[in-house]
Write a protein that binds this ligand. Structure first.
Ligand code: FES
Length: 158
């Protein structure tokens, strides 16, 4: 059993807040993600059993959202949007800059497990492109100077 009793209890409470169980899938995934730090097939099955929602519905929701990593990631999970609005204003260059600053490639985690870097599809903040998400936070209208500032702040939190 991977999920704690506390997580299962929170999931059952989430299910009780909605007229349709299915509406609680994202809250349940969020609870599991906050406990474990990533999600995978075994965790989808546990959630499905805990709240009696079909496994496939849990898995299809989880695999759609990149903010639920599917393998262990560093303390700061950096997701750089590479979709059209962000791409048009330099997302690719920013991602390369982050690779250079962190000393890792996309899809990798720093050896000290502090930072993971991925490039992802649209995060819904196209008007403030280029942007990235770190954990739960959005960072928008990015440029290299802002990236430097953000990395310094994140390093202070380590
Ligand atoms: S294209 Fe980057 S947030 Fe939408």
């Amino acid at each position: 059993m991977i999920l704690t009793d506390e997580s299962v209890k929170a999931m059952k409470e989430a299910v009780g807040r909605y007229p349709k169980k299915k509406s609680a899938i994202l809250p349940c995934l969020t609870i599991a993600h906050r406990q474990i730090g990533h999600l995978n097939d075994d965790i989808y099955r546990e959630i499905a059993r805990a709240v009696n929602i079909p496994y496939v519905e849990i898995a299809e929701a989880a695999t759609f959202y990149t903010f639920f990593p599917k393998q262990p990631v560093g303390k700061h999970h950096i997701q750089v949007c590479h979709n059209i609005s962000c791409a048009l204003v330099g997302a690719d260059g920013l991602c390369s800059y982050l690779e250079e600053k962190l000393g890792i490639r996309k899809g990798e985690t720093t050896p000290d497990k502090e930072f993971s870097l991925v490039s992802v599809e649209c995060l819904g903040s196209c008007a403030t492109a280029p942007m990235m998400q770190v954990g739960d936070d959005f960072y928008e209208n990015l440029n290299r100077a802002k990236v430097d500032e953000i990395l310094s702040e994140l390093k202070e939190k380590t």
